[in-house]
Design a protein around this ligand. Structure first.
Ligand code: ZN
Ligand code: ZN
Length: 217
């Protein structure tokens, strides 16, 4: 099993812990956390800090689930606040909470071709940000692009490389306005990613016709 090398930023973990992220981003963050021990424990410490801040504020407001947590401790059974790792066994199914959004096994996804051999499945979420599964055959490149907002890409199968580094299963790439890149799927197993964006991508210079199909991303 490969080591996860690229993790969530503190800003994303804090935003998720505070419930401030759009649903599309929350899904990517929560799916990475379910695959990554390191980010799960970092998240637990942000949750603890958030709880203390609430206590310090002297409010009687209780965090969602805290009564259940107290009751569970009283009953002698500690609650499991975050999903346990599912990384080893998603050959057929996606890790949760993603599986609940896709509602079928990896082999049964109804991919829609968007050109150049790349296919996608847009997942239904509320809010302005969008999230999709991308299927990129080995050796195929996503057109070179920049970003108007934030793009989160989580690798679920295979691997891709761009100008910054190589991204393997479980790795997450956080791209923003500063980055122009051309992700290329590694030869071998097809690359499947979960990608969320809060603004359309930017295709600079000559835009190949297939890139037009990505403009909606
Ligand atoms: Zn991580
Ligand atoms: Zn990008």
């Amino acid at each position: 099993m490969n080591e996860i090398k690229h993790h969530l930023t503190d800003a994303l973990l804090m935003g998720y812990s505070a419930g401030n992220l759009p649903e599309a981003f929350s899904l990517v963050v929560a799916t990475h956390i379910s695959m990554c021990d390191e980010c799960r424990s970092r998240m637990a410490s942000f949750d603890a800090v958030g709880g203390e801040l609430l206590m310090d504020a002297g409010t009687s407001e209780m965090r969602e689930g805290s009564l259940d947590a107290v009751m569970a401790i009283i009953a002698g059974a500690a609650p499991d606040p975050l999903p346990s790792p599912t990384r080893r066994n998603f050959n057929r199914t996606f890790p949760e909470p993603l599986q609940s959004y896709v509602n079928c096994d990896i082999g049964d996804v109804k991919w829609r071709k968007i050109g150049g051999g790349v296919s996608q499945l847009v997942l239904s979420t509320s809010g302005k940000a969008t999230v999709r599964l991308l299927h990129i055959p080995g050796g195929v490149a996503v057109p070179d692009h920049g970003h108007r907002g934030t793009e989160l890409t989580l690798v679920l199968q295979g691997a891709f490389s761009d100008e910054t580094d190589r991204f393997n299963v479980g790795d997450i790439e956080v791209a923003n306005e500063d980055l122009d890149h051309q992700p290329v799927a590694e030869l071998g197993v097809d690359c499947i990613c979960l990608a969320a964006t809060d603004a359309p991508l930017k295709f600079s210079g000559f835009v190949p016709r297939i890139a037009q199909k990505f403009v909606g991303i």
